[in-house]
Design a protein around this ligand. Sequence first.
Ligand code: F6P
Length: 550
Amino acid sequence: MAAQMPNPPIPLTERPAWTALQAHHREIRSVHLRTLFAQDPERGERLALEAIGLYLDYSKNRLTDATIGLLLQLAEESGLRARVDAMFRGEPINLTEGRAVLHVALRAPRGQSIVVDGQDVVPLVHAVLDRMADFTNRVRSGAWRGQTGRRIRNVVNIGIGGSDLGPAMAYEALRGYSDRDLTFRFVSNVDGTDFAEATRDLDPAETLFVVSSKTFTTLETLTNARTARDWCLRALGDEQAVARHFVAVSTNAADVARFGIDPANMFPFWDWVGGRYSLPSAIGMSLMLAIGPDHFRQMLAGFHAMDAHFRTTPFARNLPVLLGLIGLWYTNFFGAETVAVLPYDQYLGRLPAYLQQLDMESNGKHVNLQGRAVSYDTGPIVWGQPGTNGQHAFYQLIHQGTRLVPCDFIGFCQSLNPLAPHHDLLMANLFAQTEALAFGKTAQELAAEGVSDPLIPHRAFDGNRPTNTLLAERMTPETLGKLVALYEHKVFVQAAIWQINAFDQWGVELGKALALEITPELQAAADPPLAHDSSTNMLIRRYRQHRAGS
Ligand code: F6P
């Protein structure tokens, strides 16, 4: 199927909505949120949206109805609707790799049909999910045993990037739903410390490794997998143990077999699933082992609910579209360089790291679909930590620093661990932060409180710092699916408007290739001739002189 290249008649920065937004920004950039709220007492109710169980309050943003109108016009002028349809239809919108982008098929319900290259992929997806469920049930029931006949008590996921961050984030997020008799570890770094610390207290006879790699060529994952095999065989002594203690998740059956993992113990997925979009694929194997097939399917249902919302809801009431447009407003018109994601939920502690890959690997691009350098900023730097911890670390800069840091606050009305008074205190802090960021504290207010003149500039808060607040009832597998899909589609919306390919990642290749050149230079017995720049040559020499054993 030919790729439907969006070929906008005029470049992004010359589109009517873009130039109108520039003029509008000049009018609004010094308008304070205090003024916007004073002018419209119902702003907090009006600029909010509830859909599929998620509540988004976007009223504390530096925008008006006119801003939203222009941003929606920009989405239309950018052909967003056609791009969304092209993705859901399975067109090869990942142009540089000639692939469809169909993570939405991973959560399509049984019976739906999505055709790629003449084949309906939904039955394939469900066949793999059924195999995963069967395997999960056997491990959790004790029917699947290790080489010595002992039950599996520990599961170690070995993977990196999308083959680690998704399962690791979701395992943390859904820990409340996990089988507490099983221990889960996630090994990603090629630093041997990661493997050593993850396994030091585990018994190989009770440990299952899930080697997760889309390509099965990733240096870190293969190195860790070989170390795991040695660790296992050293204890169990028998090559046959690999079949009982290793399963693989990959698109590359040949290399999985070459590694020594029985293809019967491999759970496949497909090249139309990007690594950072692969959590709902078999890459979620270790997560399913933790939470069980039913909870995993509930998570998929949450993903699907957001997919359906994104595909069918008019843009003005579409959660990912609004989040994407508001983010773009700050990136391209206010010059904001970062966005902070601040979940007020300990279970979501890994969400910012997960969203870093999702957003920054997708939209960290400097050329458009035609390969021409863009003249505007693209993906922001994504960062964050759970509240309230971040409040005692970096919120100072968000409140009083010189940079504009738009923030997404995420909270739940009910806690899975309702230890009074913790949850009320947690949520009070979330609401307080968004209020303080928006409205600040003026010099007059401080003077009225008796603050001395010299201290007033230090203690004044300008406010006018924008935030979104996302509220859901409670952390459930379904809610997690909705949240992750919300951000996936937000990233898609921005990429569509910026006219960039969100689905390749060529920028990671050069470093990988250079590391392959440097490794033998570090390992050579005699000093090798070095042909790098003087800095890299010097670093290599110094390492060779000082490393252990030299
Ligand atoms: O190097 C980046 C990357 O290709 C990511 O896009 C991917 O998620 C990660 O490496 C791991 O790749 P794989 O699953 O093929 O091991």
